[in-house]
Design a protein around this ligand. Structure first.
Ligand SMILES: *Cc1c(COP(=O)(O)O)cnc(C)c1O
Length: 333
């Protein structure tokens, strides 16, 4: 199978599995799991943050972050297409009584700060209390400009807001910036990282911030059902991913750029490619046929009028060449 639906489909490789099998474990709800502790300390050091927390999913990490920043009746400003607004089942509102204030992102994935300023509520009984700006990096594959991160940080300091970054794919941005994690992490109060996307671990996300924040997050994680016991088995995979699979994300980006170019040469309408994602506009009404045509040839895609293709550790350049030849055959009819 060649699976281009997402970078969440990656499977742990042998070396990662061996590290998982050999992990020292304990009861993490008691704080006793040495491998979870090692992962959290390693990530915090890498990020230049005081503390980190291991959670089962990115969705829970975002929820716990919002609960730790905001009280009932508070509000967070967020992108219309942001994962922690659109794709997390309304968790912040349903479980936290936290009101989202969505705004449209600019083409580069940023939330323009003048637009953010225009939706900050006055201190008035009619309004929710605006508490937090939530950004996403990368956003649909787009790397937020580093200058924008600094400006947003400065802006939130001036306006008394917290700044959370959904960094599910932050390492894809780090690889593009060519800098270290702490050079970006310093421009937010808290951020998340997904270990189970391009980094290739089977399960897990991290939430990072200062010690007080992570202490609050620990209680919310327990309440959300995310307190795990011998979680070191999972944390070992995450640690292996952080130590071995970051730099190679550049290969995924190069593969996505190659695939975009090769598909364009077949006549496909590739609308854009950023980091490990590309988007192809299909001729009207052809999405279902393309999906079936590819599936019969062991290629999995989320066929849609604009189809997103995602490269990752488990697809090679050679496999992408196979995909291109199938695509050409499909277009030839
Ligand atoms: C995947 C993703 C998440 C959530 O991660 P899960 O582990 O699938 O819950 C959060 N934010 C962004 C931007 C994501 O792409």
């Amino acid at each position: 199978m060649i699976d281009l639906r997402s970078d969440t489909v990656t499977r742990p490789g042998r070396a990662m599995l061996e590290q998982m099998m050999n992990a020292a474990v304990g009861d993490d709800v008691y704080g006793d799991d040495p491998t979870v502790n090692q992962l959290q300390e390693y990530a915090a050091r890498l990020a230049g943050k005081e503390a980190a927390l291991f959670l089962p999913s990115g969705t829970q990490a975002n929820l716990v972050a919002l609960l730790s920043h905001c009280q009932r009746g508070d509000e967070y400003i967020v992108g219309q297409q942001a994962h922690n607004y659109l794709f997390e089942a309304g968790g912040a509102a349903v479980l936290g009584s936290i009101q989202p204030q969505p705004i449209d992102a600019a083409r580069d994935g940023t939330l323009p700060l003048d637009k953010v300023a225009s939706v900050i509520k006055a201190d008035d009984v009619h309004f929710a209390r605006t508490r937090l700006l939530s950004l996403e990096n990368t956003h649909n594959g787009k790397v937020l400009p580093q200058a924008y991160l600094r400006d947003a940080w400065q802006f939130t300091r001036e306006r008394g807001l917290g700044l959370h970054m959904d960094g599910a794919r932050l390492f894809n941005a780090i690889v593009e910036y060519g800098c270290e994690l702490d050079e970006v992490a310093r421009y937010c109060d808290s951020f998340t990282l997904c270990l189970s996307k391009g980094l290739g671990a089977p399960v897990g996300s991290l939430l990072l911030g200062n010690r007080d924040f992570i202490k609050r997050a620990l209680r919310w994680r327990k309440m959300a059902g995310g307190g795990l016991r011998q979680a070191g088995i999972l944390a070992a995979g995450g640690l292996w991913a952080l130590q071995n699979n970051v730099a190679r994300l550049a290969d995924d980006h190069a593969n996505a750029a190659w695939l975009a170019e090769a598909l364009r040469e077949t006549g496909a309408d590739v609308t854009r490619q950023d980091t490990n994602m590309l988007f192809v506009r299909l001729p009207e009404g052809t999405a279902p046929q393309l999906g079936e045509f590819m599936a019969r040839r062991d290629v999995l895609i989320n066929a849609a009028p604009v189809t997103r293709l995602v490269t990752h550790i488990d697809v090679s350049r050679q496999q992408l060449e196979t995909v291109v030849s199938h695509w050409r055959a499909f277009l030839r009819g």
